[in-house]
Design a protein around this ligand. Structure first.
Ligand code: G6P
Length: 346
């Protein structure tokens, strides 16, 4: 069954490799729920999006794609922070709560605050029998099967697929996404892990990694940092490219690795400029891109795909890199120290 590792050494690896399939499964059974959600969103006065950990990074992506593709203004709020500024929630609005488990205490607390303000709740959740699902007016299941590894992998990409489906629906299908082709392109990345395994070896003695991305790639940078922290215990930090000169550039030297998320979208040339500035300080550059460049000391080739899907595509090699770096460092990728799969207490 789903909760067995099968031939994989760890659940985390298995769950990473399930993604070509889980990406197809997301939203397969949920078209009526997606329709119900879009009806609420269309009529909403205000829309808030919340989550914790990886699910908060999904909330950040949601905010950007809703604005970018369908001009809907939303606010993403960290679930754990909402209690300190509950007035941000206006009456009769919508809260989209994103959670793998549906049991994170902070997310449930955010839902409570929103419900007190008469808001409707849309839950994007893997466990459709969870507390969050019970509290929600619309429940959209991720349909990705149980996720055992503490670090979220397949649930993240499934959350993004659901969010893209919502955006697609809101655009009256103006945005065309071929999820089947996309799934195949992810299989290609997963079928060729050798390069990533080699790079993982280089990270063994490193104490600081930075991940840089602009625009839609910035939340992927923060999610990448989270994966690296959880799985390798290396200090990792996501940076919005333009902020480099406002602080992080001071930390760049030959002891540092920087991952550059640089797909061929509107952020491409500015991000390449950032990479050159970093390289000039002696740091090693890992470029994640569909375009090769001499700036990269290591190049992780992304498939050339519909630009809309770059964010989902670029997290996959980082998940793999974090996993293989964990093996190099001899940490347990499934059960990182001090962390729990779902944090049910505040
Ligand atoms: C914990 C897990 C993370 C997860 C976060 C939110 O911190 O270790 O992997 O992203 O909770 O969990 P949720 O189930 O609400 O998505």
């Amino acid at each position: 069954g789903d909760a067995y590792k099968g031939d994989y050494a760890h659940f985390t690896l298995k769950e990473i490799y399930e993604q070509p399939e889980t990406i197809l499964k997301a939203g397969e059974k949920t078209s009526s729920e997606i329709e119900a959600a879009t009806d609420y969103i269309r009529q909403a006065k205000n829309i808030y999006i919340t989550g914790s950990g990886t699910s908060y990074n999904s909330a950040l992506i949601a905010k950007q794609i809703l604005s970018k593709y369908v001009k809907i203004k939303t606010e993403s709020i960290m679930s754990s922070e909402l209690q300190f500024d509950p007035n941000i929630i206006e009456e009769n609005s919508i809260l989209i709560a994103i959670s793998q488990s549906g049991e994170s205490a902070d997310v449930l607390e955010a839902v409570k605050i929103a419900k007190n303000a008469n808001c409707k709740i849309i839950a994007i959740v893997n466990l459709v029998t969870s507390s969050l699902a019970r509290e929600a007016d619309v429940v959209i299941g991720l349909n990705c099967g149980p996720e055992i590894g503490v670090a979220a992998t397949k649930s993240f990409t499934s959350q993004l697929v659901i969010l893209y489906k919502i955006v697609q629906k809101l655009s009256n299908n103006d945005i065309t996404i071929n999820f089947e082709d996309f799934s195949k392109s992810i299989s290609k990345t997963l079928d060729n892990p050798t390069n990533i395994q080699k790079i993982a070896k280089e990270l063994k003695e490193i104490s600081d990694i930075y991940i840089l991305g602009r625009g839609i790639n910035y939340p992927i940078a923060t999610e990448s940092a989270l994966k690296l922290k959880e799985l390798t215990y290396i200090h990792a930090e996501g940076i919005a490219g333009g902020e480099l000169k406002h602080g992080p550039l001071a930390l760049m030297d030959s002891n540092v690795f920087v991952i550059i998320l640089n797909p061929n979208d509107s952020t491409y040339s500015d991000t390449l400029t950032s990479a050159r500035e970093i390289k000039a300080r002696g740091a090693k550059i890992i470029g994640v891109s569909d375009v090769k460049s001499d700036v990269y000391d290591y190049w992780i080739e992304m498939p050339k795909i519909n630009e809309v899907l770059y964010p989902i595509s670029e997290i996959i090699p980082i998940q793999l890199l974090s996993y293989y770096a964990a093996l190099e460092k001899d940490t347990d990728p499934d059960y990182p120290r001090n962390l729990a799969k779902s944090v049910t207490v505040k």
